[in-house]
Design a protein around this ligand. Structure first.
Ligand code: SF4
Ligand code: SF4
Ligand code: SF4
Length: 188
């Protein structure tokens, strides 16, 4: 199906470049290095960083911000290291995620429900700091109430803290895209 003019928001590209992380969007010359290196793209054909950048520049705001594709990126930053133009696609994804949450295309509860982020059952947390210690990305923090808190935007949904929490206080729903990756294997 083609794209209609109603789907195009001509201000979208400028909105993204104004966000921290989106500044270098327009340096992209579509070489595809990001798509070639992206491990998620290897498993999920619809997740194509070059195509997503193109869609942003075309102004397809609703299509992107409402899409599950936004939450497939594992934030490995491989795309950042290979880009000859220093576009920093991983940071563009982070900016788009912030925008999708801020403009209510998705909610934090949706992220938890879809298995994109772990969540702490605060009634069970015993403040042992295990999650703080084991998370490779230092996402969990002990908040002002002395209990663990996980920022759903930063969480990669890897499940390490879920397995390690001695109080079984952390939950992570099964993720649809992880099932896809497992089903697809590593080949295209
Ligand atoms: S940061 Fe995201 S888009 Fe970039 S290579 Fe990793 S998974 Fe792919
Ligand atoms: S590991 Fe579990 S119990 Fe310990 S601080 Fe984290 S959430 Fe709380
Ligand atoms: S699920 Fe993984 S990324 Fe998320 S807080 Fe736990 S250890 Fe960190």
């Amino acid at each position: 199906m083609g794209i209609t003019s109603k789907e195009i928001n001509s201000a979208f590209s400028a909105e993204v470049t104004a966000l921290p992380g989106g500044e270098y969007l327009n340096r992209c010359f579509s070489c595809g290095a990001c798509s070639g290196i992206c491990p998620v793209s290897q498993a999920i054909h619809d997740f194509d960083p070059r195509k997503i950048i193109h869609m942003v520049r075309m102004g397809l705001k609703d299509k992107i911000l409402a899409s599950d594709l936004l939450w497939f990126c594992s934030k490995c930053r491989s795309c950042v290291f290979v880009c000859p133009q220093d576009v920093r696609f991983a940071e563009i994804m982070a900016a788009l995620r912030q925008m999708a949450l801020k403009e209510a295309y998705i909610t934090v509860q949706d992220l938890v429900d879809k298995g994109k982020a772990a969540s702490v059952d605060r009634d069970k947390c015993v403040s042992c700091l295990t999650c703080v210690r084991v998370c490779p990305w230092r996402v969990p923090e002990i908040d002002v109430k002395g209990l663990a808190a996980i920022d759903p935007i930063d969480c990669r949904g890897c499940g390490i803290c879920v397995a390690e929490c001695p109080a079984q206080a952390i939950n992570l729903n099964e993720s649809e895209d992880e099932r896809l990756i497992a089903a697809c294997g590593s080949g295209r």
